[in-house]
Design a protein around this ligand. Structure first.
Ligand code: RB5
Length: 146
């Protein structure tokens, strides 16, 4: 599995925690920043990262901003992306099992590092259940392809 990791200035600290978890799990990943402490615009990170998942270069993305909301809205504009905004362990697991989410978004101003690390660990380690969920996810793709 290859993961692309990004944040805006509001998510730099959680991004470092997630990078640490990915290293622990021995998951291959590329961290595209941001590297600056000054303000940047979350779509400038979310959209390129999401495009690189949509085009198959990466399997998944993890995107972090202050709330996770800007990252999730932006990523979900990219065709083929199913970005889930997650702040608890239950939805971290179920969004992989049921939605086959390919982007995880979290907010550094919403949750602490311990929970964020567990969410990242759970999300990366949980497989899509397919079955009846396959049909539902396919309906999203059908709508995108209209
Ligand atoms: C940046 O101040 C903040 O708006 C951004 O990190 C994010 O929370 C947007 O959704």
């Amino acid at each position: 599995m290859k993961v692309i990791l990004a944040s805006d200035h509001g998510g730099v600290n959680l991004r470092k925690e997630v990078a640490d978890v990915l290293n622990e799990l021995e998951v291959e990943f590329e961290d595209i920043g941001c590297d600056c402490e000054s303000s940047v615009d979350y779509p400038d990170y979310a959209i390129p990262a999401a495009e690189r998942v949509a085009n198959g270069e990466f399997d998944k993305a993890i995107l972090i901003c202050g709330t996770g909301i800007g990252m999730s809205i932006s990523a979900n504009k990219v065709k083929g992306i199913r970005a889930a905004l997650v702040h608890d362990l239950f939805t971290a697991k179920v969004t992989r099992e049921h939605n086959d989410s390919n982007v995880l978004c979290m907010g550094e101003r919403v949750i602490g590092p311990g929970l964020a690390r567990e969410i990242a660990r759970t999300w990366v380690s949980t497989d899509f259940e397919a079955g009846r969920h396959e049909r539902r996810v396919s309906k999203i793709a059908e709508y995108e392809n209209k």
